[in-house]
Design a protein around this ligand. Structure first.
Ligand SMILES: Nc1nc2c(ncn2[C@@H]2O[C@H](COP(=O)(O)OP(=O)(O)OP(=O)(O)O)[C@@H](O)[C@H]2O)c(=O)[nH]1
Ligand SMILES: [Mg+2]
Length: 205
């Protein structure tokens, strides 16, 4: 799918700063440093979200408005699982995320990013269980696929899937900035939004 027209709509550090819901939202979640902001930049085909090699870069909830596909938002969340953060900050993360998910917004689905080298870790499982409790559909994206030798990818992918990962369509593997898959993923995001809105998730391929 061709490039989207997009803009940063809002940056929120707390619930009071969250914008009023204005359309379907696709929310990017995952551990710090897994590549959420990188994937948003790849999808939007511009350096709009801040990226860093150090975990804990994104501290706010950032809403990127996409004008194509009927209009929707990509929402970049701060990552979790950053060891240098204390208990208080972790509690703050959960508070903000709870408020965001709990205010009746039109959240279409969650993109759960998982480092392909490590697979889902304990805090990913915790998040998955929490999302399951809300019946929140998820698309699993494995990041940093370029960091693994090609020969190992297939077996590892199969292992994660066999371990019971649930994803609205089979998990996608990405490879960072040189992501030839971004174009396909753009098409997939719009298909999933529409399939979920019309109750025809079986029609996505
Ligand atoms: N090789 C490779 N590097 C990647 C990939 N995705 C992200 N990175 C790198 O991983 C680092 C972290 O990327 P970010 O996009 O900032 O990660 P994030 O999930 O937004 O992190 P927080 O904002 O801390 O939650 C950066 O150095 C990226 O360049 C990938 O697929 N392959
Ligand atoms: Mg980030």
């Amino acid at each position: 799918m061709k490039n989207w027209k997009s803009e940063l709509q809002c940056t929120a550090f707390n619930a009071a700063q969250l914008p009023p819901p204005q359309g379907p939202e696709v929310v990017f979640v995952g551990r710090s440093n897994v590549g959420k902001s990188t994937l948003i930049n790849a999808l939007l085909a511009k350096k709009i979200a801040k990226v860093s090699s150090k975990p804990g870069k994104t501290r706010s909830i950032n809403f990127y408005r996409v004008l194509d596909g009927g209009g929707f938002f990509l929402v970049d969340l701060p990552g979790y699982g950053y060891a240098a953060r204390g208990r208080e900050e972790r509690a703050g993360w959960w508070r903000l995320v709870n408020e965001y998910f709990g205010m009746g917004r039109e959240i279409s689905f969650v993109v759960h990013l998982v480092d392909f080298r490590h697979g889902p870790l304990a805090n990913d499982d915790e998040l998955t269980a929490w999302l399951d409790g809300m019946d929140m559909p998820r698309l699993v994206v494995f990041t940093k696929g370029d960091k693994l030798p090609r020969g190992r990818s297939k077996a590892l992918y199969q292992k994660y899937v066999n371990d019971g990962l649930i994803s609205v369509v089979p998990p996608v593997i990405t490879e960072g900035k040189n992501d030839a898959g971004a174009e396909r993923l753009r098409g997939l995001v719009i298909q999933i939004i529409h399939a979920l809105a019309t109750g025809d998730a079986g029609g996505v391929n």
